[in-house]
Design a protein around this ligand. Sequence first.
Ligand SMILES: Cc1cc2nc3c(=O)[nH]c(=O)nc-3n(C[C@H](O)[C@H](O)[C@H](O)COP(=O)(O)OP(=O)(O)OC[C@H]3O[C@@H](n4cnc5c(N)ncnc54)[C@H](O)[C@@H]3O)c2cc1C
Ligand code: FES
Length: 268
Amino acid sequence: MESNIFLPRPARIVGIHPETAIDWTYRLEWDGDTPRPGQFFQVSVPHVGEAPISTSGWGDGWIELTIRKVGQVTGAIFELGAGDRLHLRGPYGNPFPLADFAGNHTFVAAGGTGLAPVRGLIQSLLATLGKAGGPAGLVILAGFKTPGDMLFAADLQAWSKQTSVLLTVDRAAPGWNGHAGVITTLIPDLEITDIARTRAVVVGPPMMLKYTVAAFLDRGLAPEQIWVSHERRMSCGVGKCGHCKIMNSYVCIDGPVYRYADAQWLTD
Ligand SMILES: Cc1cc2nc3c(=O)[nH]c(=O)nc-3n(C[C@H](O)[C@H](O)[C@H](O)COP(=O)(O)OP(=O)(O)OC[C@H]3O[C@@H](n4cnc5c(N)ncnc54)[C@H](O)[C@@H]3O)c2cc1C
Ligand code: FES
């Protein structure tokens, strides 16, 4: 019998970790295809609907999704507990190209929930940092509205023992001794030693994306050296329905990860 690409697979929730009040990481049993950094799943709750969600982590027999509660589908997911099932199609979409970071000094800049889609990328880059086929250097920039909006606090701390992690919050709060200001304020002081061997990855809300890309361009990076990931409303996720189509590009298959040079019109 021909397989149905729209038929989701059930995936049991084995753990839930609240990152903030409205961003929770769900660990699911998963024996389907292993996602690659930047890819997403169409996640559904029967009788409610379906939403595209990036994979924030994966391992042997499991994947993780970090979900912000914003509406119907995500609200219904927050009603579920360990032992309940989500339904998944995927992984879908164009991943981050690990080969393009090989031998290059790489900056990964994430704003707010934008850290979820790059968490797996950061882990992959750290695993090969300084080795053949891995990046020559890695600097992680992460910006949040307030300290209470921080995702993956334990990961950020662990990563900071392996490489440079620059944290900032838009609005400081009592007890916050770190940098305060939007993420673009970190970029003028970044040490860039060899511009031709530099890459940047930028993921976050539209305004953050636009101004952070502009700040890297100001530092001399070419549009070809910058990678971005875009969120657009989707339906089928597999290039059939046209919901995600902008100009001649289907974000579900040509994206969500794009080389900035190939999709400047999505950012501006
Ligand atoms: C490729 C991709 C990866 C994504 N990864 C994640 C992720 O890792 N974690 C996560 O929490 N969310 C992610 N999203 C966003 C997520 O898909 C939406 O928040 C979700 O579809 C909202 O569904 P809902 O039924 O709960 O909200 P709805 O009831 O449909 O809407 C609630 C609110 O969210 C807005 N909204 C709905 N869909 C989107 C969208 N696609 N983009 C922007 N605003 C939207 C609506 O305008 C409305 O204000 C991703 C989206 C895409 C396209
Ligand atoms: S979501 Fe249907 S074509 Fe992209």
